[in-house]
Design a binder for this molecule. Structure first.
Ligand code: BGC
Length: 780
């Protein structure tokens, strides 16, 4: 088991009981607050010390050149990087001439709590200044889920045992100095001073700074307002400079008397709106927030989250760590997507600048499944963002000599941002992930308007891509050659099974939609003839299979490759991509992350039980999990094939990825897909939940460690609750029309107020599959 714990294990909170500066950056990611539009890392109020200062606005990025040693046709010429916008979190404190800085004086206590029900981060600490003045600081911070542009801090300081002179400086800081990046190629390249000042303003308790990014030309406005409560003779003074606006509050406090500062911060950005329009926009947002006041905002936040948990909670009895982790994961998934509103959901959400703030297929394959069954509106918004980026995707397809749309492997604004094409451009499967997310969303909500307005166009354009990317051979078989599947240790492979199966689903779903909505399809230039060609391709799709081994090939010829020398690879040589050339990884049987195993989850109907078990046994010893997107998928298939202990171990790994910093890079931001994967492992793994047309199937089975697992799903206007114990499963229709589901294959009709209980059949016994040496799950 995990020996060192950074955080107390509690069901509804993440509590850090002491501050360790060596894990400060990691904790800033864990304590990050966001609503999908504004993101604040959990930096200390006083700004320093910090691991990585981070204030983000979804969609605010800077462009930079992408240099190549040897360039080629179609390589993207510029990249996009999320930037640190004006920081509205800063509240510096001076106590009797000494700056409140935890590196000096004596820290008597320091606690930070992320409250998953209230949606706030609370910090309490007691500190004795070098001169011996003892103070208590209590700061509560939130990024509002109800007022999209607003973040707020309630900051209180009080002397403990003697009178103290205190000064609080509440600031807006632009172009903060960032630490040098540590050279990890996956870490965001920090851009220095990306903001050019346009306006600074300070008057009374109000502050405002407006800046513009140098190259991407985006205008960013941040404004703050304050409510100050303190003893008589508390004075305030405000000033502004191009990169700094400040309200200074001075007071003399008797022991036990408090100075309280409520700071409301409004954010806005635009590529089109004028300077006056942007300053008016943030002022107006501040007025709305001031109208609610701190208490109103806190109440709205609580109500929003009560509603979220009522439709999304997952309960686990038996393993408190998993209980905490799945809620932590759900909370951060919600934070990443809740108010993104036609913007991307990046791989790190808005919790750090890792991966340059780019969105990948992680969104559609890992994050959106969770939101589909818990917060479907956020899914529609995320897919509308993809739709808005269709012009760039069509342009990219044309540049590549293809039809339809080629969505980027990684991006902020829609253009391809990957300079490494074998694991970028060639990873065409991102297109099928988008199509799949559309199909999933429509099936789970029955939202026909979305289907016609957004779904149709996305499906048609991606189907066109597949049709032009693949070809029929002399026998009529359809092949998609030279692509990269999910496993990034195999590149430019022919007929990647995952890709082909997902493309097949994409082609068929597009053909169905064109037939269902002929008039709307006509507007997109799609007709029966075109959709018939998609069906032909889908039906003739090659699915490579090794008849001797009786396993599916990850891609054509994969099982013929030499096996990686696992025995000769040391533990410290993982992740392999940092120690071995891609050239060698590509030509060997070694798998970075679930690929064929993912296909067995997403396209399960294509694999019978026997093949699922045999394929899993074949691919497990080759899969090294050098990506955090792997463990959760392996958990699902391990559970499906009755390897419950292994499924549990993978679930723990996905769940604790960030709380325990298992990959040592949580400092750059959270692994949102892995956090979403915890839900996936529990709901799809142990719950055995699968979509089956317009209903759901369940094949629940719990590992020994769990005595109970319960979860709630939103499905076609209904709310379902599933509760599983070692022996039985109870299905309840909390809300909505009756529905016939399946339990281990047998139909069960659910009606309101009539929970249905069914026995859980015993697992099938199979020999446990092996993992490569040194690559067993962290907990086993
Ligand atoms: C994985 C990709 C993933 C990306 C962002 C990579 O390490 O191999 O599948 O999309 O990380 O999370």
């Amino acid at each position: 088991m995990i020996t060192h714990r950074s955080y107390a294990v509690e069901p509804w909170t993440v509590r850090e009981t002491e501050l360790s500066l060596d894990v400060l950056a990691q904790s800033e990611s864990v304590f990050a607050l966001s609503n999908g539009h504004v993101g604040w890392r959990g930096n200390l109020d006083e700004g320093e010390p910090h691991g990585l200062p981070g204030s983000y606005l979804n969609g605010v990025y800077e462009v930079h050149p992408l240099p190549y040693a040897e360039a080629g046709y179609g390589y993207p010429e510029s990249g996009q990087t999320i930037i640190n916008i004006t920081n509205g979190k800063v509240l510096r404190l001076l106590v009797d001439d000494e700056p409140f800085d935890l590196r000096y004086g004596r820290l008597i206590s320091h606690e930070r709590v992320l409250d998953l029900r209230r949606g706030v981060m609370e910090r309490t600490c007691e500190w004795c200044s070098p001169a011996g003045t003892r103070i208590r600081v209590r700061a509560t911070r939130m990024v509002s889920l109800t007022q999209r542009s607003i973040a707020a801090v309630a900051y209180e300081v009080e002397p403990v045992d003697c009178r103290a002179r205190v000064v609080v400086q509440s600031e807006l800081v632009a172009n903060e100095q960032l630490p040098e990046s540590d050279g990890d190629p996956r870490t965001a390249s920090a851009l220095r001073s990306p903001l050019e000042p346009e306006q600074d303003f300070a008057s009374g308790h109000r502050l405002r700074l407006v800046h513009r990014t140098r190259h991407s030309g985006l205008r960013v406005a941040v404004a703050a307002d304050h409510v100050v409560t303190g003893p008589e003779h508390t004075t305030t003074d405000s000033e502004s400079h191009p990169d700094l606006a400040r309200l200074t509050i001075a007071s003399v406090l008797e022991p036990g008397r408090k100075l309280r500062v409520e700071k409301l911060v409004a954010h806005g950005w635009s590529g089109a709106r004028s300077l006056p329009a942007m300053s008016d926009q943030v002022d107006a947002a501040l007025a709305a927030a001031a109208h609610s006041g701190w208490t109103g905002l806190a109440d709205e936040q609580r109500a929003y989250l009560d509603d979220f948990w009522a439709r999304s909670d997952v309960e686990v009895d038996g393993e408190e760590e998993i209980q905490q982790a799945v809620r932590f994961g759900l909370f951060h998934v919600l934070q990443a997507g809740a108010r993104a509103e036609e913007r991307a959901i990046p791989a790190k959400g808005l919790t750090g600048s890792g991966y340059d703030g780019h969105a990948f297929w992680d969104t559609e394959m890992f994050v959106l499944p969770v939101l589909t069954y818990t917060s479907p509106d956020a899914v529609a918004e995320a897919l509308r963002w993809r739709q808005n980026t269709l012009p760039a995707a069509r342009e990219r397809a044309a540049q590549l000599g293809l039809r339809g749309a080629a969505f980027p492997w990684r991006t902020i604004e829609g253009q391809e941002g990957s300079g490494y094409w074998p694991a970028g451009t060639a990873a065409f499967h991102v297109n099928a992930a988008i199509a799949r997310a559309v199909v999933r969303h429509v099936a789970a909500t029955g939202d026909e308007d979305f289907e016609v307005d957004t779904g149709l166009e996305l499906l048609v354009e991606t189907a066109r891509l597949w049709r032009s990317l693949g070809h029929h051979d002399h026998r009529g078989t359809f092949h998609i050659d030279g692509v990269t599947g999910p496993d990034e240790y195999s590149a430019l492979a022919d007929d990647n099974t995952y890709t082909n199966l997902m493309a097949r689903g994409n082609l068929l779903a597009a053909a169905d939609l064109v037939e269902r909505h002929p008039k709307e399809a006509e507007r997109l230039g799609a007709d029966d003839e075109e959709s018939a060609s998609w069906r032909d391709a889908a039906e003739a799709m090659n699915i490579p299979y090794n008849g001797e081994l009786r396993v599916h090939e990850q891609s054509a010829g994969f099982t013929r490759y030499q096996r990686w020398d696992f025995a000769g690879t040391r533990a410290d040589q993982y992740p392999l991509m940092l120690h071995f050339p891609y050239f060698d990884l590509y030509r060997k049987q070694v798998i970075k992350q679930a690929d064929l195993v993912l296909a067995m989850y997403t396209c399960g109907a294509e694999f019978d039980e026997e093949h699922t078990a045999r394929n899993f046994a074949y691919y497990e010893p080759l899969t090294v999990r050098d990506s955090s997107l792997s463990a959760c998928v392996q958990a699902v298939i391990a559970a499906q094939t009755s390897h419950l202990r292994l499924a549990y171990a993978y679930t723990v790994e996905a769940a604790l990825m960030d709380l325990e910093d298992l990959e040592h890079n949580t400092r750059d931001g959270l692994h949102i897909a892995s956090l979403a994967g915890t839900w996936m492992a529990l709901v799809a793994g142990f719950g055995g939940t699968r979509r089956a047309g317009e209903t759901l199937r369940f094949s629940p089975r719990l590992p020994e460690k769990f005595s109970r697992l319960a979860f709630i799903l939103q499905f076609r206007g209904r709310r379902l609750r599933v509760e599983i114990t070692q022996r039985s499963a109870t299905y309840s229709l909390v809300d909505g029309e009756p529905l016939t589901i399946r339990h281990h294959g047998a139909p069960v009709t659910l009606r309101p107020d009539a929970p249905e209980v069914r026995p859980v059949p015993p697992p099938v016994h199979r020999p446990a599959p092996e993992q490569p040496p040194h690559r067993k799950p962290h907990v086993h």
